[in-house]
Design a binder for this molecule. Structure first.
Ligand SMILES: NC(=O)c1ccc[n+]([C@@H]2O[C@H](COP(=O)([O-])OP(=O)(O)OC[C@H]3O[C@@H](n4cnc5c(N)ncnc54)[C@H](O)[C@@H]3O)[C@@H](O)[C@H]2O)c1
Length: 437
């Protein structure tokens, strides 16, 4: 039998990673990659760097690194850029974010100092708690999108990049519901020219990237590229996209635990989740309009995993509540606390408590890396539109029209792994066959 060929072309030259929003997550990501490149730390949490994948039957015991199966961009050949409403270079921004140890940051100082944010597309109407001065001026939103495209072209040239990707790491914007202006490319472009108020800054960056064929991922829960107009544009320009909202602390735990309860036919009466965090993200989410966006993103998960319509005896009236409390002393070291009321045999109630003392940006940074590296792989593989196989990384995954998103982390992993096998020209594993291997 002829050997199957992988579908991705090999990466050439440098990959530019562009980040709108250069706060805690973005600086932890960039400093982390620099630290890894200098041999100062391990890229823990990143599948593109450390993950393995099974190939063939279990008996062949073949589990190479993912990066040996598909051609991924080397971390040694990346350049970073981005935009923020504050002028701080990446050293000062990382010190302000107070995530990484100052001794580590000092070892990376010269590299971090060189990265300075470009002027942002920003309007405080969409992020009520922030106001910055490092902001672009333009008569229309279309002019602002064109200015972002100019920034991108200049960055690519100045940094001698072969290809680019963009990952939104900006603040969570106020809740916006999809409306007519988001439905078609024509309506959206008209809206950009007439300063339609339902077009938020994150959509302007997304439009600029996708128009230029640059893969785009959205790490926040705001709509951004999750609107029909930008999905359509992504197909037209052959651009892979992914969103929304990095799946990091509490929701990661939820999508690990809930599939387990469901798998064992255990009931759930209620799931109360609360968080305390004190970083800038926490401050932004202290505003009800911005929190609403996050709340919608966090609430959707259980409904889809538990499917109360199909299992009314187990989940019909389950009560799900999510709170986020801004509590400055905690900084980036969030505490996510869950009380889960479950029920077993003959309706007997039980409780589970989860207290996750996590670090927000430490969990998010490897997700930024994997999304950037995998989206670049998708682009080189000729894939475009919504990349559902990257749902694994996202709290509120974008799904094609008329299809529900998958939240169960194990199903997401299965899809991710099989997509990688497909891209690498390897056999898909279905767990079926002669001996159920
Ligand atoms: N850390 C996590 O675990 C996690 C998980 C899921 C989602 N997120 C989301 O990731 C995003 C980043 O989180 P963070 O902790 O780094 O927050 P942060 O407040 O430290 O950084 C966000 C940065 O975005 C900038 N910004 C806001 N609007 C902008 C715009 N229009 N253009 C350019 N810059 C803009 C802000 O000035 C700020 O520096 C947030 O939306 C957050 O909700 C984080």
């Amino acid at each position: 039998m002829a050997k199957k060929q992988g579908i991705a072309s090999a990466p050439k030259g440098k990959l530019g990673i562009l980040l709108p929003g250069m706060g805690a997550v973005a600086t932890t990501f960039m400093a982390g990659v620099m630290a890894v490149n200098k041999g100062l730390a391990q890229p823990i949490g990143s599948l593109t760097e450390m993950g393995r994948i099974r190939l063939g039957k279990r008996t062949s015991k073949n589990k190479p690194l993912i990066k040996e199966v598909v051609p991924l961009q080397s971390l040694k050949k990346v350049a970073f850029g981005g935009w923020d409403i504050f002028k701080d270079d990446m050293y000062d921004a990382a010190v302000h974010a107070d995530v990484l140890d100052i001794n580590l940051l000092n070892k990376l100082k010269s590299g971090l100092k060189k990265i300075k944010p470009m002027k942002a597309v920003f309007d405080p109407q969409y992020v009520k708690k922030l106001n910055g001065t490092h902001v672009k001026k333009g008569k229309t939103k279309m002019e602002l999108a064109e200015a972002v495209m100019k920034d991108i072209a200049k960055f690519k040239k100045d940094n001698k990049c072969d290809r680019l990707v963009m990952v939104w790491c900006g603040s969570t914007e106020i809740y916006i519901k999809e409306g007519p202006v988001h439905r078609t490319i024509e309506a959206f472009e008209k809206g950009l020219k007439s300063n339609h108020k339902m077009i938020a800054p994150s959509m302007i960056y997304a439009y600029a990237a996708i128009k230029m064929g640059i893969p785009y991922a959205n790490g926040a829960p705001n709509l951004s590229c999750d609107i029909p107009a930008l999905v359509e544009l992504s197909k037209q320009t052959q651009t892979p996209i992914a969103g929304k909202d990095f799946k990091t602390g509490q929701t990661l735990m939820k999508t690990i635990l809930a599939p387990g309860f469901k798998a064992r036919a255990l009931g759930v009466d209620g799931w109360f989740s609360t968080n305390i965090l004190g970083n800038r993200d926490g401050e932004v989410l202290d505003d009800p309009d911005n929190f609403k966006t996050k709340e919608v993103s966090k609430l959707g998960v259980l409904e889809q995993i538990l499917e109360p319509d199909l299992y009314p005896e187990l989940y019909k009236d389950f009560y799900h509540k999510v709170r986020i409390n801004y509590y400055p002393p905690r900084g980036d070291n969030k505490e996510g606390w869950d009380n889960i009321d479950i029920k077993g045999w003959l309706d007997y109630p039980m409780q589970i408590k989860v207290d996750f003392l996590c670090r927000d940006s430490i969990l998010a940074a490897p997700i930024v890396l994997d999304l950037a590296i995998f989206l670049d792989l998708a682009k080189r593989s000729g894939m475009s539109g919504i990349q559902e196989w990257l749902s694994f990384y996202l709290k509120s995954p974008q799904a094609p029209k008329n299809r529900y998103p998958i939240h169960d982390i194990f199903k997401q992993l299965h899809k991710l792994e099989n997509t990688l096998r497909y891209i690498g020209g390897k056999e898909i594993i279905t767990h079926l066959g002669q001996d159920y291997e």
